[in-house]
Design a protein around this ligand. Structure first.
Ligand SMILES: [Zn+2]
Length: 408
């Protein structure tokens, strides 16, 4: 063919890594991804294998990872990243001994956020979300789940969905977003749980589907806050079924893709999860900040449940740094560092049905890569609060999107 002698220019070569952490079996030591295509990993191997494979083809950018670690970008399986209304005052109240009820009586809690989101402009919500997402990227997260659920009523839920859509389409925000519709996060003031259930099923979901089909918004998953005093099991199942009928993945209940906020799961619940393909998304920062009993992660792992991690970033638990979440998972949930790593990469990607392209370093998957300025990957977890220094490069789909400033 006439292209016989043509050379290909690849986007990025990361070479000579001290450690390559793939989250799969293998012994590869360097890899390259194509910046010309969609940012997929083209080749994994040791330096000599990759050099031979490259031949006389060119590479636009080379990162020398000598004495450094190459590992997959992190995946945050659960956030509420669109919000308005700072709740730092509630943190101060709780530290001074206020109970959940005291905070509620003082006008705090989720309805405080719902009110502020209703009053906020789309631009204001977007500008804040953009900054949070860029900060997440700098902390190593390359795929994040973002929920609605501070709107509750359609007008405000739609505003949140439009804000998330703007972030998906904005080329200055390289992070991948999995969108979860969560109008059933709380019962709106002035409605009963049953009225809210009917409103979601008969009014909101059909409108959401119309906008999805028109290509105006993306929604991947549906979630419900199933708890006494919020939505009961029957209402939860009806809402989830309505979501599944339009092709959304479930974020709760049985036979779902993922379940989170499992602080109070029973032994029977663990058994049911182990029988299904459900991934348990655990949120160690929530248990820590709210001083809740942490979920029984060891029991779940022993029972064969796949465990993932999420930051649960929200106006009441202000942490989006997955390295800190991974550290807390080790200390509070008693995960090993390996379990914490898999939970914050491949398993979190699986909880979002994205493990075909994200969560591990494999040929054909996205080139979502962290290069650590450390001799071993465990430093990302071990050096609590120092992830900005440990993570030297964040690479999204084969493109460097963040490089830390180095101390000398
Ligand atoms: Zn949450």
């Amino acid at each position: 063919m006439s292209t016989k002698n043509a050379t290909v220019e690849y986007g990025l070569l990361v070479k000579s890594a001290k450690q390559l952490v793939q989250i799969v079996n293998g012994g590869q030591k360097s890899l390259t991804s194509s910046g010309q295509g969609q940012g997929y990993i083209e080749k994994l191997g040791n330096d000599s294998e990759v050099r031979q494979w490259l031949g006389c083809n060119k590479v636009e950018k080379v990162i020398d990872a000598s004495n450094k670690v190459v590992m997959p970008g992190l995946v945050d399986g659960h956030t509420h990243a669109v919000w308005a209304g700072d709740r730092v005052h509630e943190f101060a109240m709780k530290l001074a001994g206020a109970t959940y009820l005291d905070v509620h009586k003082a006008g705090g809690g989720i309805h405080f956020t719902v009110r502020h989101v209703a009053e906020a402009s789309e631009d204001q919500l977007f500008n804040d979300l953009r900054i949070y997402l860029l900060k997440m990227l700098q902390a190593g997260t390359t795929l994040v789940e973002v929920k609605t659920g501070y709107g509750l009523k359609w007008e405000s839920e739609l505003k949140m969905l439009r804000v998330i859509e703007r972030a998906i389409r904005d080329e200055s925000i390289a992070i991948d977003i999995s969108v979860t519709y969560c109008a059933a996060h709380a019962v709106p003031i002035g409605m009963t749980a049953e009225e809210a259930t009917v409103n979601i099923i008969e009014e909101q979901i059909p409108e959401l589907q119309r906008l999805r089909l028109a290509g105006e918004i993306h929604v991947d998953n549906i979630d419900v806050f199933c708890e006494v005093g919020v939505f009961d099991v029957n209402q939860t199942i009806r809402i989830l079924k309505a979501g599944i009928e339009i092709g959304l993945k479930m974020g709760a209940s049985l036979n779902s893709t993922s379940m989170s906020h499992l602080e109070e799961i029973s032994d029977e619940g663990i058994e049911a999860m182990s029988q299904s393909n459900t991934v348990a998304v655990l949120l160690p920062t929530t248990a820590y900040i709210l001083r809740l009993q942490p979920p029984p992660a060891r029991k779940m792992i022993k029972a064969g449940v796949a465990v993932a991690l999420g930051s649960d970033f929200n106006p009441n638990a202000h942490c989006f740094a997955m390295p800190i979440v991974m550290h807390l998972a080790c200390i509070q949930l008693k995960l090993t560092m390996q379990e914490s790593l898999v939970a914050a990469t491949l398993n979190a990607a699986a909880s979002l049905s994205r493990s075909d392209v994200s969560g591990s370093l494999e040929e054909g998957k996205y080139g979502d890569i962290l290069v650590l300025d450390a001799p071993r990957w465990e430093h990302l977890i071990f050096q609590l609060g120092s992830h900005h220094h440990v993570i030297e490069y964040v690479i999204k789909r084969g493109r460097v999107v963040h490089q830390s400033s180095r101390l000398s």
